[in-house]
Design a protein around this ligand. Structure first.
Ligand SMILES: Nc1nc2c(ncn2[C@@H]2O[C@H](COP(=O)(O)OP(=O)(O)OP(=O)(O)O)[C@@H](O)[C@H]2O)c(=O)[nH]1
Ligand SMILES: [Mg+2]
Length: 202
């Protein structure tokens, strides 16, 4: 008898990126979605939407990605994007201590006003700029552990850890909430179950 075909489950997940202006949110998304990097990425206005999938074993995780604008004047829009998000990546720039302080504020806001089930990651971006480092990796790691965040240093420029952070989030999402079996009709011969006890709909 032929082996059953691999079941491909599909899981849709809303993901939001938050963080200070210029930390590299759009660049991380561009790297993940198109495997590209631009030196002069324009500052995001409002928010931008992207979609990308990650396959983990028999599950395809389809990320609906909201790349928010870090400029303070767009702050009031953020809840629209983080509410209902299955995952969030809070981004800071390892060369700017102020961006790490801002990241902590985003984490606080998510903890206070976001969804308690949102899986959160902290990304220390621009990890290629080691000579300009202001935020020590140990400091960020400790903070992440204390706040149950998943942490990685990334570089949108070199691509280091970019795919990894999205893949790890996808894995955690599946663990937290396995995808249902494929939608659509599943044809199985249930004749043996169609016995007299099929009372219905009282
Ligand atoms: N060296 C280096 N530069 C980066 C990296 N990621 C982003 N940049 C640069 O940093 C600048 C800002 O990047 P963006 O991706 O626009 O930052 P953003 O967080 O989306 O900014 P806003 O949309 O204004 O909130 C751009 O000039 C990028 O080329 C990185 O990993 N390494
Ligand atoms: Mg941007």
């Amino acid at each position: 008898m032929a082996a059953a075909p691999a079941v491909n489950k599909i899981k849709n997940a809303k993901l939001v990126l938050l963080g200070d202006v210029g930390t590299g949110k759009s660049s991380l998304v561009l790297r993940f979605v198109k495997d590209q990097f631009v030196e002069f990425q324009e500052s995001t206005i409002g928010a931008a939407f992207f979609s990308q999938t990650v396959v983990i074993d028999d599950t395809t995780v389809k990320f609906d990605i909201w790349d928010t604008a870090g400029q303070e004047r767009y702050h009031s829009l953020a809840p629209m994007y983080y509410r209902g998000a299955a995952a969030a990546i809070v981004v800071y720039d390892i060369t700017l201590q102020a961006s790490f302080a801002r990241a902590k504020k985003w984490v606080q806001e998510l903890q206070a006003q976001g969804n308690a089930n949102t899986i959160m990651a902290l990304a220390g971006n621009k990890a290629d700029l080691l000579d300009a480092r202001q935020v020590e990796i140990e400091e960020a790691k400790k903070y992440a552990e204390e706040n149950a965040l998943f942490f990685m240093e990334t570089s949108a420029k070199t691509a280091a850890n970019v795919k990894d952070i999205f893949t790890e989030l996808a894995k955690r999402l599946i663990e937290a909430q396995p995808a249902p079996n494929p939608s659509g009709m599943i044809l199985v011969d249930r004749a043996e179950n169609r016995s007299s006890n099929s009372k219905c709909c009282s």
